[in-house]
Design a protein around this ligand. Structure first.
Ligand SMILES: Cc1cc2nc3c(=O)[nH]c(=O)nc-3n(C[C@H](O)[C@H](O)[C@H](O)COP(=O)(O)OP(=O)(O)OC[C@H]3O[C@@H](n4cnc5c(N)ncnc54)[C@H](O)[C@@H]3O)c2cc1C
Length: 291
């Protein structure tokens, strides 16, 4: 750890002021579960750490007029016991339920997960299928960005150096599901994840859908080819081979990679997508892949 200074922002107003003064010299610290790892690995140096953990305005999950709002400083632990998320965003609830481990989850925040923009970040595919909006504030005012426009690539977002994520919002969407495959059941960064939103009519025909995946490319990706293969089809056994072929066009897993070979990821992704779609359509909220 080299040349770090520290500032404590107790209110959103003071955080905005500090960021405006320091610009790219500032490094926001929410739960610190990514930041501290990066500091120890000397990936970041010569910065002023700006602690935003105590800012009450950035915490909490609310539901109003059909819309869910999650404060950026809401922890993964809080999300994993939220009845609001379980009912209105099962995919995101499911992601919180299979995240890391209890002690990490008490620190880790949704704002930090989105701000970190890892290609394996567990909350990002669910937020993509929920078509979520990221709310940012700076001394210049507020702005809102769709999650697809916010995430650029692994570790890179369109956030300006003086902006803070304040909250994430999306419309209630009970028909969503999430599946995570990791090397073990907890304390694991995912090998691959799939999230789905699916609207099916009474006869089981897909009217609308969104698929998103993590850990399968240099960025969390939308499964546009898989979506096209699902649209207008009945969710029955004969469609999955074609969906599995099409989803290969949506992903570009790295090879070599630390956690799994590209061939392995290509083999498991069709299974994850099928399970996420079935969860979304038929009402279960989450689940890890059972061996
Ligand atoms: C043991 C361990 C297990 C883990 N397991 C998982 C896992 O299962 N799934 C997973 O997805 N991740 C996992 N992670 C990674 C990490 O815990 C998550 O990404 C977490 O959500 C980060 O949140 P944080 O509050 O700790 O962020 P921080 O480390 O505080 O910040 C992360 C980044 O986001 C920025 N940031 C934070 N808050 C804001 C804000 N409000 N506005 C703008 N920028 C902001 C910071 O400046 C920094 O660049 C794990 C990490 C560890 C150490």
């Amino acid at each position: 750890m080299k040349n770090f200074d520290f500032r404590n922002a107790k209110t959103l107003k003071s955080a905005i002021k500090i960021l405006d003064e320091l610009q790219e010299n500032a490094l926001l610290v929410a739960g610190g579960t990514n930041v501290m790892v990066d500091i120890r690995a000397e990936k970041v140096n010569n910065r002023t750490l700006v602690n935003i953990r105590d800012i009450a305005e950035l915490k909490g999950i609310h539901f109003r007029h059909g819309e869910v709002s999650i404060g950026a400083m809401t922890t993964i632990a809080e999300m994993s016991v939220s009845n609001t998320l379980k009912k209105h965003a099962p995919a995101l609830f499911g992601a919180a339920c299979v995240f890391a481990d209890p002690s990490t989850n008490r620190l880790a925040t949704i704002g930090g997960n989105v701000g970190n923009a890892s290609a394996s970040g567990d909350t990002i595919p669910p937020l993509m299928v929920l078509d979520a909006t990221v709310h940012l504030v700076s001394a210049q005012g507020e702005r809102q960005v769709n999650i697809f426009d916010f995430i650029v690539k692994n570790g890179v977002t369109t956030r300006k150096p003086n902006e803070i994520i304040t909250k994430i919002t999306f419309k209630s969407q009970p028909k969503t599901g999430f599946i995570k495959l990791g090397p073990r059941k907890s304390m694991c960064i995912s090998i691959a994840t799939a999230a789905a939103y699916v609207d099916v009519d009474k006869s089981g025909i897909v009217n609308d859908c969104r698929i998103a995946m993590g850990g399968v490319a240099g960025v969390t990706v939308r499964g546009k080819h898989a979506e096209k293969a699902l649209m207008g089809k009945k969710l029955a056994d004969d469609i999955w081979e074609k969906v599995g072929e099409e989803v290969q066009k949506d992903i570009s897993p790295r090879d070599p990679s630390v956690r799994a070979a590209a061939s392995y990821r290509r083999a498991v992704v069709p299974v994850l997508v099928k399970r996420a779609v079935n969860l979304a359509a038929f009402g279960e909220c989450m689940g890890e892949v059972k061996k």
